[in-house]
Design a protein around this ligand. Structure first.
Ligand SMILES: Cc1cc2nc3c(=O)[nH]c(=O)nc-3n(C[C@H](O)[C@H](O)[C@H](O)COP(=O)(O)O)c2cc1C
Length: 321
């Protein structure tokens, strides 16, 4: 653990990796060195979702957290960056990877990757005016991995040195294989060493990627952590027995549920929110199918608590130990 010198970042998964989750992870399994928060979408009227803004507030976050913005408009990006600054946030990230057609067809997220001239204008202005440290998260392209080759010179010229590549195409959404070869092809072209993101689900995956990409020292991991909250700690060399795993998970789950129930406006959608967590968390248990079925059937907080009591009597799966 002590001689582990790579940097592990909790990836943003909208609806799941909010500050309540990030703090609960940090207080129990730990292992993340920092986190990127899920994106905020500014709208033309200028009104911003207060709950999303509050999520990145410095005083609420135990883990160093970068705020993220999904926009193609420089004014909107700057508006959020200034608010982040007032909230004590240290860094802001531009989302150039969101794959959903509703977003990408409007030249946002991965849709920007088809328009390098627009990217250049946007990034140049942000670089000149941004009141915070600035980073970018992108994919290899929207339709084709050649698209990133037109973005790289812009990143180099602007000396953007905090840069994460999700090694997929926008059109893949979150499915299909990651294209590690195309990621590796970018490395000699870049003046800065990027952060790798995509499909690290086990310690073995991490070790394999580390061997394949020996120059990389920053790794962003999302769904792998959600499905096994011990993953980052395990990558750093920590081991758990099924008993210690279960008690950490119990504590983490308690912190998450208490966090939601303390928020008045979250009580009404508590069950939906917890289902969002269990879509992934089910994988911790041997019979993941039955676990998720119990959660899905719960129609009240009382039923939910009964389901959780049952779940924590079940076996932890060998795959997460
Ligand atoms: C449900 C879901 C929501 C996501 N939300 C965001 C987001 O808000 N911002 C972002 O940059 N990426 C988002 N992502 C992408 C992840 O951060 C990450 O890039 C992707 O899942 C690949 O990494 P992984 O295989 O380690 O999960 C989301 C992914 C999923 C599946």
């Amino acid at each position: 653990m002590s001689n582990f010198d790579h940097h592990l970042i909790l990836a943003p998964i909208r609806g799941v990796t909010n500050y309540i989750y990030r703090n609960a992870l940090n207080a129990t399994f730990a292992g993340a060195d920092s986190a990127l928060a899920p994106y905020i979408v500014p709208v033309a009227s200028g009104e911003l979702n207060q709950r999303q803004l509050a999520d990145v507030e410095f005083s609420k976050n135990a883990l160093e957290t970068t705020g993220q913005v999904l926009t193609k408009e420089v004014d909107q990006f700057m508006q959020v960056a200034h608010i982040f600054k007032d909230l004590g946030v240290k860094k802001v990230n531009l989302n150039m990877g969101c794959p959903y057609p509703m977003v990408a067809n409007r030249t946002k997220g991965s849709g920007l990757l088809l328009h390098p001239e627009r990217v250049e204008k946007l990034l140049t202005t942000i670089k000149n005016k941004c009141p915070l440290e600035f980073s970018v998260k992108i994919r290899l392209g929207r339709e084709d991995s050649s698209e990133i080759k037109k973005i790289i010179p812009i990143i180099n010229d602007l000396e953007i040195n905090d840069f994460t590549i999700h090694a997929r195409l926008g059109k893949q959404i979150y499915k299909g294989e990651v294209d590690v070869d195309s990621f590796a092809d970018c490395l000699p072209l870049l003046n800065t060493i990027p952060c790798y993101n995509g499909d690290i689900k086990t310690v073995a995956d991490y070790k394999r990627m580390r061997e394949t990409l020996p120059s990389i020292s920053r790794w962003m991991i999302g769904r792998g952590v959600l499905s096994n909250p011990a993953l980052l700690a395990q990558i750093k060399g920590q081991t758990f027995t099924k008993e210690t795993y279960k008690s950490k998970l119990f504590e983490m789950h308690k912190l998450i549920t208490e966090g939601y129930l303390e928020l008045d406006n979250a009580k009404s959608d508590f069950l939906a929110k917890m289902r969002g967590h269990w879509i992934y968390l089910r994988d911790v248990f041997e019979d993941d199918h039955k676990v998720y079925k119990k959660i899905k059937k719960a129609r009240s907080i009382e039923h939910y608590n009964d389901a959780v009591e049952w779940i924590f009597e079940q076996d932890i799966a060998d795959r997460v130990i």
